[in-house]
Design a protein around this ligand. Structure first.
Ligand SMILES: Nc1ncnc2c1ncn2[C@@H]1O[C@H](COP(=O)(O)OP(=O)(O)OP(=O)(O)O)[C@@H](O)[C@H]1O
Ligand SMILES: [Mg+2]
Length: 824
């Protein structure tokens, strides 16, 4: 084994951490039949065991035997110490690729397998849903299916789960909507318009970002209004206040609210906080360096203990002292956080390295463990990463080493322009796959901004290199997908006014801006919600008869669609009904614009997503489906390893991942580091951390490339080479200035998002459905409501409806085309 930087001191690290005696396999009871975790773990009624149980669950069953030694197999002493540490809060800080995520996974397995912890007592937070899924899978592989009862999810998903359990306390309804960034922007634009704010002077987008920052700092509208100093701040306070009121009216929460509202909930209701503290005895957080203040407080509230028990002010302004409320006896949960201050790249989203730097101060009895062996990369790659990150000030020096050997030199390439750069990347991938047994899925191409993907895409398509872009214009941000989802959201939550107004005239149905304004006037005059005013459109002052009729037609459409939802149809069926009944699909099909063809494909893709959801969760509601969709993060679109595609993504999306071959492209000052950061020391340091993240994703081979001339951003520009290149030791880089001989095109074809089969395929409808013919007196069976008797029928063909008496479930009016009924 060889060490890099052998002589560097390691502050705060005691090399010889004594390992607790490993439990011998004999101490573990023989394997019982697996007893599935009780479902109550999910519904908030979890009753914790009165006594800590050692080796036995409270139903008397012995815990399954997992050989703890096996869980520690192959780990180094520091990793083991982290896995088995008990009692005090634990901070694991270490450089990239040192096994932090792996330690977290094994620690969970160890809790379950060796310490008799119940899966329901574990809350693990990861940075993406994909990371959560992977972690759960790995724990399952280590300890078996009972791992399923754990909560492993992102901050946002965990909060949604808590809020769905506790919505009543907050005066929300259970079907609250989650507004993503685009919805929030739309809402803020409406708010600014209603406040008569000049869009030039007070850009709504800027307000959005500022409101987001305030929420990340847990500053509510009243507090902010109280501290606003100047005119701009007062305007922002006004907009924030109204924005928040509108969200509440729409029974909706934006992304930042998910965290802030959960924090408010835990702080305002000591009993709720106690409930979760009793439940989650182990809280684990990955990528802790990227938590913002709100997330930090959330963790503190969930963990409880000394920090959690200080008296505090609730959202109503009351001072609550948990000790006096008799709630102080819940001992703090075991907290374990892992992170790397050098990889903090979300300062722009309010993440503060402070959270990691001050951990020891905030949790005075915390134990810190440093990991220093890197298991991911070659020495060359690691040395390059270290050389770059060393330039940052105020960082703890690290002693990261690897024994995986020197490896290949880094390849550098200077292209004439960005097209030649992309061509070089394509040729090189071609060469690697032909000569070096590399498969495309082992290769990643990173760039600083989404827009840079286009040139790579063009070249890759031309040479037939299969690829996948992660991020960019994301699937869920496409207009048609958002339109369809707006319908679904409105159906799940009738108060969702942003969605309602989005689709009011989509597809065009003759409800113009004027008509919409008339409805708005009526709503304001009678102080009723917009949706209710719509139903009384005829009375609206100034409303034209033709518009009133169009609105009446739209209201009927909504009622019809709602009856499909009420009729027990799953999300995929509801989506079909929406696209067919609204005329949305017909409009696209009638068009000759090739873009509309792509739109249909995207809707097919959405239908496939919904169908997949239905199959995975037969009991899942429309709201559940929308929740899943709303929480899909960028990196969730990374394809699983099917051997086939090169992954293109921004550096921000690459965090936590690893690839055998990495291309770091666009290394020009003004591109990476980003123009915005030039001349700003703090931002340059964040860019440098981003470079560190990028370099350390590579396991075996790293390429660094740049273009002399880049015209992608409007005017052609000659940028100097990136300063980060200059920071790489010369001896590590092998520069190739000339492109290798033009490689032959690869035989594989481009893979696009897998198109679903058999859905949305017919020329005029989504799916061939036979409508059941029913008459009064017929007996039927319904997938959800069971046996029923037809009371009456109306309409015919696609519009046929039946009133069916389902006994105890009640009488339902169903649109037969979409109702899961069969005649007996
Ligand atoms: N003790 C070990 N033995 C063998 N492989 C290991 C060991 N520890 C970690 N690895 C491997 O090293 C790689 C990096 O581990 P991991 O992703 O957990 O690191 P990390 O510290 O979380 O990195 P990052 O900072 O990039 O998130 C993974 O492939 C992991 O399986
Ligand atoms: Mg990791």
């Amino acid at each position: 084994m060889s060490k890099l930087f052998d002589d560097m001191p390691l502050p705060g690290f005691d090399a010889d951490i004594p390992l607790p005696a490993e439990p011998s396999p004999d101490d573990v009871p023989p394997p019982p039949e697996y007893d599935p975790a009780p479902d109550d773990l999910f519904d908030g009624d979890y009753a914790p065991p009165a006594e800590p149980y050692e080796g036995y669950y409270r139903n008397g069953a012995a815990k399954p035997a997992v050989d703890p030694a096996q869980l520690l197999d192959g780990m180094n002493p520091q990793q083991r110490a982290a896995v088995v540490h008990e009692g005090s809060p634990l901070l694991i800080v270490a450089g990239a690729g040192s096994g932090k995520t792996r330690v977290l996974t094994h620690r969970i397995a160890y809790l379950l397998g060796a310490r008799g912890v119940h899966p329901g007592e574990i809350l693990a937070i990861t940075f993406t849903n994909k990371a959560a899924g992977e972690m759960k899978e790995r724990v399952e592989a280590l300890v078996g299916p009972r791992a399923k009862a754990m909560w492993v999810s992102t901050f946002h998903s965990s909060c949604v789960r808590i809020l769905r359990q506790q919505y009543k306390k907050l005066g929300l309804s259970s079907t609250f909507s989650i507004y993503d960034a685009a919805d929030s922007q739309r809402l803020m634009a409406m708010v600014c318009r209603d406040l008569d704010l000049d869009a030039k002077q007070y850009p709504p987008r800027k307000f959005n970002a500022q409101v987001s920052n305030l929420k990340n700092e847990l500053i509510d509208p009243e507090t902010y209004a109280g501290q606003a100093q100047n005119d701009t701040e007062r305007k922002l306070a006004e907009a924030y206040t109204l924005y928040q009121a509108r969200l509440r009216q729409a029974n909706a929460l934006d992304f930042d609210d998910l965290i802030m509202t959960t924090v408010n909930l835990l702080q305002a209701f000591p009993d709720v906080a106690e409930h979760y503290r009793r439940r989650f005895r182990h809280v684990l957080v990955d990528e802790y360096q990227d938590t913002n203040h709100a997330q930090y407080v959330l963790v503190r509230e969930l963990v409880g203990g000394a920090a959690g028990q200080a008296p505090k002010r609730t959202v109503e302004g009351d001072l609550v002292n948990p000790a006096e409320e008799g709630l102080a006896e819940v001992p703090p949960a075991e907290l374990c956080v892992v992170g790397d201050a050098d990889q903090s790249i979300y300062a722009f989203r309010g993440a503060t390295i402070r959270n990691i730097l001050d951990f020891e101060e905030d949790y005075p009895n915390a134990k810190t463990i440093l990991l220093e062996q890197n298991y991911r990369s070659t020495q060359t790659i690691l040395a390059a990463a270290n050389a770059v990150i060393e330039r940052n000030s105020n960082r703890r020096a690290k002693n990261l080493w690897t024994d995986s050997g020197q490896g290949t030199k880094i390849t550098g390439y200077v292209a004439d322009d960005e097209h030649a750069e992309a061509q070089f990347v394509a040729d090189e991938i071609d060469r690697l796959t032909d000569n070096e047994k590399v498969v495309p899925s082992q290769v990643a191409v990173f760039y600083r901004t989404n827009a840079q993907s286009r040139v790579f895409e063009e070249v890759f398509i031309r040479v037939g290199l299969p690829y996948k872009v992660v991020g960019g214009v994301r699937f869920y941000e496409r207009k048609e997908v958002r339109d369809a989802l707006a319908y679904l959201r409105l159906l799940a939550n009738k108060d969702d006014v942003v969605s309602l107004r989005r689709i009011l005239n989509v597809p065009k149905r003759g409800i113009g801006d004027r008509a919409e304004a008339c409805v708005e006037v009526l709503a304001a005059r009678d102080r009723i919600p917009f949706a209710d005013a719509l139903r009384r459109a005829k009375e609206a002052p100034g409303m034209a008869t033709r518009s009133a009729n169009a609105i009446a037609g739209f209201v009927t459409l909504l009622d019809q669609l709602r009856s499909v939802v009420d009729g027990g149809a799953g999300p995929a069926t509801v989506l079909e009904a929406v696209l067919e009944q609204s005329g949305y699909l017909a409009e696209l099909q009638a068009s000759t614009d090739p873009q509309d063809e792509t739109r249909i494909e995207n809707l097919q893709e959405l239908a496939a997503v919904a169908l997949e959801f239905e199959q995975a969760q037969p009991e899942g509601t429309l709201a559940d489906f929308l929740e899943q969709v709303a929480l899909v993060a960028d990196s969730d679109q990374i394809p699983d390893d099917d051997g086939g595609v090169v992954t293109l993504m921004t550096l921000h999306t690459a965090k936590g991942l690893e690839f055998p071959v990495v291309f770091l492209t666009g290394l020009e000052d003004g591109v990476f580091p980003h123009m915005r950061a030039l001349g700003n020391t703090k931002e340059l340091e964040e860019e440098r951390r981003l470079a560190y993240v990028g370099i350390t994703r590579a396991r075996e081979r790293l390429y660094v490339t740049l273009a002399k001339l880049r015209s992608a951003w409007g005017a052609p520009s000659y940028n100097p080479q990136s300063r980060f290149l200059g920071e790489l030791p010369e001896s590590l880089v092998d520069w190739r200035s000339k492109p290798p001989s033009q490689g032959k095109a690869m035989s594989a074809t481009r893979t696009t998002m897998s198109a679903p089969k058999g859905r949305l395929s017919g020329p005029s409808s989504i799916v061939d459905r036979k409508v059941v013919a029913l008459k009064a007196g017929d007996r039927v069976t319904h997938d959800k409501f069971g046996l029923g008797t037809v009371v009456a029928t109306q309409g015919e063909g696609d519009k046929a409806q039946a009133t069916i008496d389902f006994g105890a479930t009640g009488t339902k009016q169903l649109l037969l085309r979409y109702a899961p009924v069969e005649k007996l």
